[in-house]
Ligand binder design. Structure first.
Ligand SMILES: [Zn+2]
Length: 181
């Protein structure tokens, strides 16, 4: 297993994502405090293991819908290649996801977390082995489709294959069939 302490994001990035929760942001910060998480500072870097722990706290106290929303908000703040307006269909961005991961997360070595296969013009197979929770990543994927390609949320379907072989249950990766219209 990879050591996810060797991947970092800035405190600024974490705080920006939390801010997107509006009035709930203070409440989330108080949850972190209650769980002995040190105060998150703008100018400090935090490991991905630390971020996964933060998401776990949100999941425990606020449920999976909040984790889902956290994923959606993260996708909006994700640094995407400046050429992203050349990405016309979601099929154009999926082959670059490992590259984009490294634009957003500092890693000690190149990561190879994603597998993607085009099934049809509006369907793809996607596998992810990032350290993140499944609900978080599903939200992230929805946000990607919605924010960058204008696909309405109701027109995106993410089917988990199979249900139990999931990172939430100790599997190393999650596989999805994603369809949209
Ligand atoms: Zn999963």
């Amino acid at each position: 297993m990879k050591n996810h302490d060797e991947e970092w994001v800035s405190g600024k990035f974490i705080l920006e994502i939390l801010k997107s929760f509006g009035e709930d942001a203070d409440w989330i910060l108080s949850l972190f405090k209650k769980n002995s998480i040190p105060e998150i500072k703008d100018n400090k870097e935090y490991s991905i293991s630390f971020c996964v722990r933060l998401i776990e706290i949100i999941k425990k106290y606020s449920g999976t819908n909040s984790v889902f929303k956290l994923g959606i908000e993260t996708s909006k703040l994700y640094k995407v290649h400046s050429d992203y307006n050349k990405f016309i269909s979601p099929h154009d961005i999926f082959p670059f996801l490992d590259y984009l991961y490294q634009m957003n997360v500092k890693t000690s070595e190149k990561r190879n977390y994603y597998f993607y296969e085009k099934k049809s013009d509006t369907q793809l197979l996607f596998r992810s082995g990032t350290p993140f929770q499944c609900e978080f990543e599903k939200g992230f994927l929805l946000g990607l489709f919605n924010y960058y390609f204008g696909v309405p949320f109701k027109n995106i379907e993410i089917e988990h294959l199979p249900v139990l072989a999931c990172r939430n249950f100790g599997n190393l990766y999650c596989s999805y069939i994603i369809s949209w219209k």
